[in-house]
Design a protein around this ligand. Structure first.
Ligand SMILES: Cc1ncc(COP(=O)(O)O)c(C=O)c1O
Length: 438
């Protein structure tokens, strides 16, 4: 019985274009007409929907933000204290300085930090500062970096330019034509594609922005070569760690790869679901924030800082990332075993702490929809990508893997016999080319 959520969604769609604020939280991305859609409460890794039905969250844990689990008691205690003492005032909150110090201590190559609330905003801040510093107009990019014009302008020349960069089919309506020819994509693990951009736009590219890793591991020296190439061409290197940060290790994933950029961007897991994002960078570059205007009232709000500080402390104290990697490995192995014993074909990729798999079939959209439908029946919010959380334990992961085994066997039955999958609603949308992003 999922009726209350879908009923509310119908109402939402009449008064909120698209029904909500984030593409990857739309019901159509999971199970059109049947997804619970709204939650009453979330705690640990359990989400309760509007009909009071409980589900284990194996579908991303708040779009990868809740590494420590939902409603973490330590974070909520600290945030409650902040609430009681005032979350806003005419003066600044001291936690802002404390968080800057913490992030700089973790990322020793960086000297300064700026803060905002969402990932996309933080990307815009980094781009503005980097452009002010480099005095060059053009940007080379790889991966997804939010919804702002500087990024979406990549689609002005060709609506399909962003198709290889996580979110295909984004179009180019409403983006100022004046940004045309300002941003160009290169491909991950393909240093030649970046070289080509530098030689085509001689002396005009001032910024290289990329995710250090999303699905596949960097080829040997790929990140080092990107760094070298950027430096040789007088461009600033920015690592967007909004999704990759704080899952595999405490800080940016680049620390693990030992390749240090000029600037790095964090969001999502930094505040464990509370709104906070950050840009850290070298002093010589970050100071250019002062040569332009980057300023917003709500960036001074206190609770985001408190949540981030408490998250960082707790992650460090409990060595949380070690646990995430351990469970991620277990889940990947469990998927593999389940696929082998049930006789279905999947391919597994992603960081251990952010693992994902793909059904290797032509009708994967149908299979994927069926997988989500059946897992929901068994009490799991599930798709082919997981953000491992500290709230998982062996018992919960085992329960999840037993459910996966069961559903994979059913998938094999329908697939092997070429039967139509018994879907109770429409297919999930395929706007997202790969089924694995957030
Ligand atoms: C790498 C990367 N950059 C930027 C963003 C945008 O962040 P937000 O959705 O918080 O604006 C995301 C979100 O998925 C992301 O994964």
């Amino acid at each position: 019985m999922i009726k209350a959520g879908q009923k509310l969604l119908k109402q939402a769609k009449r008064i909120i274009p698209g029904g909500n604020q984030l593409l990857s939280k739309r019901s159509e991305m999971f199970l059109p007409d049947l997804w619970p859609a709204y939650y009453k409460s979330s705690k640990g890794c359990v989400v309760t929907d509007l009909n009071n039905k409980k589900y284990y969250d194996f579908a991303g844990m708040g779009v990868t933000s809740c590494v420590l689990g939902y409603a973490d008691k330590d974070i909520n205690r600290a945030v409650n204290h902040g609430l009681k003492n005032g979350s806003m005032s005419t003066l600044n909150s001291p936690e802002e300085v404390e968080l800057a110090e913490k992030l700089i201590k973790i990322h020793k190559w960086a000297d300064m930090a700026r803060f905002s609330k969402s990932g996309g905003e933080a990307c815009l801040i980094a781009i503005r500062i980097a452009r002010a510093y480099s005095k060059k107009e053009k940007i080379a990019f790889c991966g997804y970096h939010g919804w702002h014009d500087w990024y979406m302008a990549a689609n002005l020349n060709n609506k399909k330019n962003l198709d290889e960069q996580l979110l295909p089919g984004l179009g180019n309506k409403g983006i100022s034509r004046s940004f045309k020819n300002s941003i160009f994509s290169f491909n991950y693990n393909d240093i030649g594609s970046l070289k080509k951009l530098f030689s085509k736009h001689k002396g005009k590219i001032g910024i290289v922005i990329m995710e250090p890793m999303r699905f596949t591991k960097p080829k040997k020296n790929f990140l080092q070569e990107v760094k070298k190439l950027a430096k040789k061409n007088g461009a600033i290197l920015i690592f967007d760690e909004i999704t990759s940060g704080f899952h595999e290790n405490l800080g940016g994933l680049h620390l693990k790869f030992k390749v240090y950029p000029d600037m790095a961007i964090f969001g999502k897991a930094l505040g464990n679901g509370y709104p906070i994002s950050a840009v850290v960078g070298k002093r010589s570059i970050m100071n250019f924030a002062q040569s332009t205007f980057i300023s917003s009232t709500m960036w001074t709000e206190r609770l985001g800082f408190i949540a981030a500080i408490t998250s960082l402390n707790k992650m460090k104290k409990l060595k949380v990332q070690k646990k995430l990697v351990k469970f991620g490995k277990k889940i990947k192995k469990g998927w593999q075993n389940a696929a082998e014993t049930s006789g279905i074909k999947i391919s597994i990729s992603g960081l251990d702490a952010l693992p994902n798999f793909k059904f290797e079939y032509k009708n994967k959209q149908e299979i994927s929809t069926y997988f989500t439908q059946e897992m929901l029946e068994l009490g799991f919010l599930a798709k082919e990508a997981i953000a491992v959380t500290n709230a998982y334990n062996n018992q919960i992961v085992d329960k999840y893997l037993r459910a996966v085994n069961k559903v994979f066997r059913k998938i094999n039955y329908y697939q092997k016999n070429k039967f139509k999958f018994p879907l109770k609603g429409p297919l999930k949308h395929s706007t997202l080319k790969r089924l694995t992003y957030y």
